[in-house]
Write a protein that binds this ligand. Structure first.
Ligand SMILES: O=C(O)C1=C[C@@H](OP(=O)(O)O)[C@@H](O)[C@H](O)C1
Ligand SMILES: C=C(OP(=O)(O)O)C(=O)O
Length: 447
């Protein structure tokens, strides 16, 4: 949906220890992919634990617009009746992906090798984000695109009538670009090869294999070389979506900085291509444990236990870890404010093209809250003040960015004075139960 109604200011304040069990919702990345691959298989895919955030609901609506069925049972189970690889129907209306880069980029990939035309749009944030990174490789398959200047939405894609397979080295570390190319490759006869220098989240590869596609990943000097054989018959699956590590990050980080806290966040997906934040927090001295490590539905899963950590210290976050924690830098920068010393975060240019320019949004808000931040095009450094020494006491702008909103609300739970965000509405895109879940732990967040 392109807009979420009037702005919803929210204020958080220090109100005592956080404790209890936080059941965060399903993984956003896996939820999008479950709907899209379900729509591309023949028969019924059953999904439990799907994230019912607006980003994913917009992808479900898009799958319906393209001819698949996607329905929800009363108990929250989702059923997708797919149309098969290459079977998408031409949508009668513009496809509105709301706030979701993942949704629009993966769907553009999936339709680009079908002989249909579709027009995509999004909200004010999504319509500013770069799409050429996806439409450039899609053109190699034979798709044609007309969009706004700079490769921005709204944008119309005419899918290739006779798609050809592609060999493509992804120029930026992006799972969305990699996934768009692989999904386009599904309906191209022959082998599509995607090469990525830095490993990004591999849910598309894992799930394609689960649906029965022939897909092989080799580690070479060039990086990861992923080869997909086109035109498979995808077999419908039963998918149990693990809980989202990117959402778990918020109660975990809050527990580390609020004195006396002890929080358990169960069943969190810990795919190594997603878990970088938790290792970084441990390096900073966080009291964070992975309990009950196991494998569920092809993904590693654990229960996270986070306790107040009075002696956090700033660290150098290795640039090569960036892709595995790219969405977690905003909340890491909040923890860094409560640590002593500098936390330096290099190799993070991609943060500038998310729902907002996340380096700019966080640096501006942190400075207003009394924390020194240095920044360059692809790095930033937070100068921590330590526990009890973060002033807060300001209103910050969230720029239609859910992670900026949640990060500053976490900061306000431990700063000297309360923090207000101008608009908490976008939180519903990825973590619709953030407010009640944090309240249940004892957090004071008021509208
Ligand atoms: O593939 C995905 O599900 C995602 C990939 C990442 O984006 P990029 O591919 O742009 O890095 C991430 O920021 C986003 O939240 C989800
Ligand atoms: C970057 C994000 O999402 P997307 O790119 O799907 O909008 C995010 O959820 O932090």
């Amino acid at each position: 949906m392109s807009s979420h109604g009037p702005a919803v200011p929210l204020t958080s304040r220090a109100g005592g220890a956080l404790s209890g069990v936080a059941h965060v919702p399903g993984d956003k990345s896996i939820s999008h992919r479950a709907l899209i691959l379900g729509a591309l298989s023949v028969g019924e895919t059953v999904v439990t634990g799907l994230l019912e955030g607006q980003d994913v609901l917009d992808t479900a609506a898009a799958m319906r617009a393209l001819g698949a069925e996607a329905t929800r049972d009363d108990d929250g189970t989702w059923r997708v009746h797919g149309v098969g690889v290459g079977g998408f129907a031409e949508p009668a209306r513009v496809i509105d992906c709301g706030n979701s880069g993942t949704g629009v980029r993966l769907i553009m990939g999936a339709m680009a090798t079908c002989p249909i035309t579709a027009t995509f749009t999004g909200d004010a944030s999504l319509n500013k984000r770069p799409m050429a990174r996806v439409t450039d490789p899609l053109a190699l398959f034979g798709a044609q695109t007309v969009g706004r200047a700079g490769g921005r939405l709204p944008m119309t894609i005419r899918g290739a009538e006779n798609p050809v397979p592609v060999r493509y080295a992804v120029p930026v570390p992006s799972a969305q670009v990699k996934s768009a190319v692989l999904l386009a490759g599904l309906n191209a006869p022959g082998q599509t090869v995607v090469i990525e220098r830095e490993a990004t989240r591999d849910h598309t590869e894992r799930m394609l294999a689960g649906f029965g596609a022939e897909i092989v990943t080799e580690k070479t000097d060039e990086g990861r070389v992923i080869t997909l054989t086109g035109r498979p018959e995808l077999r419908p699956q039963t998918i149990v979506v693990p809980r989202d590590p990117s959402s778990a990050a918020f109660p975990v980080c809050a527990a580390l900085i609020v004195p006396g806290s002890d929080v358990l966040v169960p069943n969190i997906g810990l795919n190594p291509t997603r878990a970088g934040l938790f290792f970084t927090l441990q390096e900073m001295g966080a009291d964070l444990a992975f309990e009950n490590m196991r494998e569920e539905g092809g993904e590693p899963v654990a229960d996270l236990r986070a306790r107040y950590s009075p002696a956090l210290a700033g660290v150098e976050v290795p640039a090569e870890r960036a892709a595995s924690m790219i969405d977690e830098y905003p909340v890491l920068s909040v923890v860094a404010a409560f640590a002593t010393g500098k936390t330096h975060m290099p190799g993070v240019k991609e943060l500038r093209v998310k729902e907002s320019d996340r380096i700019d949004a966080m640096a501006t808000g942190l400075r207003a809250a009394g924390i020194a931040v240095d920044e360059g095009e692809d790095w930033w450094t937070v100068h921590g003040r330590g526990h009890g020494a973060v002033p807060g006491g300001v209103t910050v702008q969230t720029h239609l960015d859910h992670r900026i909103a949640m990060s500053f609300l976490v900061l306000g739970l431990a700063s000297t004075a309360p923090m207000t965000v101008d608009d908490g509405g976008p939180i519903a895109t990825s973590f619709p139960v953030f407010g009640p879940l944090m309240a249940e732990l004892g957090a004071v967040i008021e509208g």
